[in-house]
Design a protein around this ligand. Structure first.
Ligand code: SAM
Length: 301
């Protein structure tokens, strides 16, 4: 079963163990990043374009029901939630600190929660900037500004197919941002690529926007010809998840100075949901950044 985002008051409910995994990698990277940049003359920012509320109720997705949950569902519902610090809170706890925190979120209730983080982290309050709005538009505008003397880590953590390739290109052009992005492999792209190869126009458009090209069809579908006694038979063969994931990572490689060779694979109990990809836009930052990221990604296979 694939997780569906649910709303439960102001707490944000999504994911399972893979949620904890992606946040562990992010947390590890942010700590190492600010340590490395502490003695360098850059102003640093953490940018979270799908920021959520700051807290996640990570229910264990796909877990089979227990005898207790079948017999007494009302008691199970009363059980304490498994609350995790979300990415915004993790960034605010990172030591050494960032100079600035930009949280972009389109839901007003989650923006209100993010605003409340200012009272929870009073020392950082003046440097927390909550921006209600659409992630692609906001990131493209931010990337178009001057980046001299600045460095940032950007986390793109959408539920599904919301990120546009134009946004990723804008990030690469800054030559100042390290990007962590969840690519919706099983939860999005693989589902839109139907077995028959007939893909509705609106789904094609979504894939075009995410992948930044219209030539993906020929990459993801192949005609296989088999000789038989009665002539040749033809069959349409769809790409594996491995091929789809490799394609996206190679697309990143075309525009970034460096890209982690093996993205993390975030799965539920049965199949991959997302790839956790990492890309560096600044040539000089590539070596140390990739060394840290690739080490962290080893834990997510
Ligand atoms: C997977 S959650 C992010 C979780 C968050 N990174 C955390 O660790 O707490 C995705 C968030 O993006 C928001 N969102 C979805 N589409 C968006 C868009 N186009 N622009 C901005 N926010 C969006 C959703 O409301 C949701 O809060």
């Amino acid at each position: 079963m694939v997780p569906t985002p649910k709303s439960s008051g102001s707490i944000h409910q999504f994911g399972g163990d893979w949620t904890a995994q992606k946040l562990e990698v992010l947390s590890g990277y942010l700590g190492a990043y600010t340590k490395v940049l502490k003695h360098q003359p850059f102003r640093t920012a953490y940018i979270d374009a799908f920021a959520g509320s700051g807290t996640i109720d990570a229910h264990r997705d796909g877990e089979p029901p227990t005898p207790q949950s079948l017999l007494f569902p009302e008691l199970v519902a009363e059980e304490p939630k498994k609350l995790l610090d979300g990415s915004a809170r993790i960034a605010l706890q990172t030591q050494p600190r960032f100079d600035k925190y930009i949280f972009i979120e389109r839901r007003p209730d989650r923006c209100a929660e993010l605003e409340r983080l200012k009272s929870e982290f009073p020392d950082l309050a003046l440097d927390i900037d909550v921006r209600p709005g659409e992630a692609n538009a906001q990131i493209q505008a931010l990337c178009a500004k001057k980046w001299d003397g600045r460095r940032a880590v950007l986390f793109l953590d959408p539920y599904g197919m919301q990120v546009e390739w134009q946004t990723i290109e804008a990030v690469a052009r800054t030559k100042a941002i390290d990007l962590w992005i969840l690519f919706p492999l099983g939860i999005g792209v693989n589902r839109l690529l139907t077995k028959s190869g007939d893909i509705p126009q609106s789904w094609r458009r979504r894939l075009d926007l995410l992948l930044g090209t219209t030539d993906w069809y020929d990459e993801f579908y192949e005609i296989e010809t088999t000789p038989t006694l009665f002539g040749e038979t033809e069959r349409l063969v769809k790409a594996t998840m491995e091929t789809i994931g490799r394609y996206f990572n190679d697309r990143l490689r075309e525009i970034f100075a460096g890209v982690a060779e093996q993205p993390g694979v975030l799965r539920n109990s049965s199949s991959p949901l997302y790839l956790l990809c990492f890309a560096v836009s600044n040539e000089k930052a590539c070596k140390p950044a990739l060394r840290i990221a690739e080490h962290l990604l080893k834990g997510v296979r």
